[in-house]
Design a protein around this ligand. Structure first.
Ligand SMILES: [Fe+2]
Ligand SMILES: [Fe+2]
Length: 249
């Protein structure tokens, strides 16, 4: 099983580059992931014309299954309604015999920061409580744990602590996010918090590069995760995500 995790495309915004977009499509169509996860900010202002462009761009990626959640930029200008028109739901769900993925909308209207809220925790608890040893993945736009070297952290998930407690209780192995335009991985207790960078723009911190992740599920205990530079298409970093010893999945 191969999963691509991309984020913060901001398709055709001022800092978007066609070359980066083309590289991303080329790489993914060669790698042929089974599943594509997009953690928000597909657009810049949530305008209809932007949604159309973002949707057309994503159509170029040949993948059967997608889990797409909105970012704060997509929710601007009532864009969350358009998100549903183009992608069906703001709370996508995927399940097979090995894993379950829950996508959550953490955006707030015309706000930079994010929020999940009590209904969201309840939904997570009810949905994940009887999934046994399946790999559990939660995908949302806003980062949950602060990311270093990204300035003042005013636009984080405002109820991060509550979400982390729920995630910990439920044994969620992976929380996938975006938003900060800087790739980073934290592990807290048994959960990996993976933040993808911006895949296709130059909205970067200092001399960072645009990037995305490829996740290769090798066996029930390990995921090999590669951080790919969208500019060079070189793998810049390789992580081995290890899960609880002896847990059967
Ligand atoms: Fe973004
Ligand atoms: Fe964002």
């Amino acid at each position: 099983m191969k999963i691509a995790h991309i984020s913060d495309l901001h398709v055709k915004c001022e800092w978007y580059e066609d070359r980066l977009g083309n590289n991303l499509v080329k790489y993914l169509n060669a790698q042929k992931p089974d599943l594509l996860i997009i953690t928000g900010d597909l657009t810049d202002y949530g305008y209809y014309a932007e949604y159309k462009r973002a949707y057309s761009f994503l159509e170029l990626i040949e993948v059967e299954k997608r889990v797409v959640v909105p970012g704060n930029h997509d929710a601007r200008n009532e864009g969350y309604e358009l998100f549903e028109e183009f992608f069906g739901t703001r709370m996508p769900y995927y399940e097979d015999e090995y894993m379950v993925i829950i996508g959550m909308d953490s955006s707030l209207p015309d706000r930079e920061e994010g929020h999940i809220g009590r209904k969201g925790y309840k939904f997570l608890r009810e949905t994940l409580k009887d999934k046994g040893d399946k790999l559990k993945i939660v995908a949302l736009h806003h980062h949950v744990v602060p990311i270093p070297a990204t300035g003042s952290d005013l636009a984080i998930l405002t109820d991060a602590g509550n979400l982390m407690k729920v995630v910990d209780e439920l044994g969620v192995e992976l929380v996938l996010t975006g938003h900060k335009h800087k790739a980073w991985v934290w592990k807290l207790n048994e959960t990996y918090y993976v933040t993808a960078g911006t895949a296709t723009t130059r909205r970067l911190k200092a001399k960072d590069y645009p990037s995305f992740y490829m996740l290769y599920l090798e066996d029930e205990k390990n995921i090999r995760m590669e951080k790919v530079n969208t500019e060079t298409l070189k793998v810049e970093e390789v992580y081995t995500l290890n899960f609880e010893e002896g847990k059967e999945r």
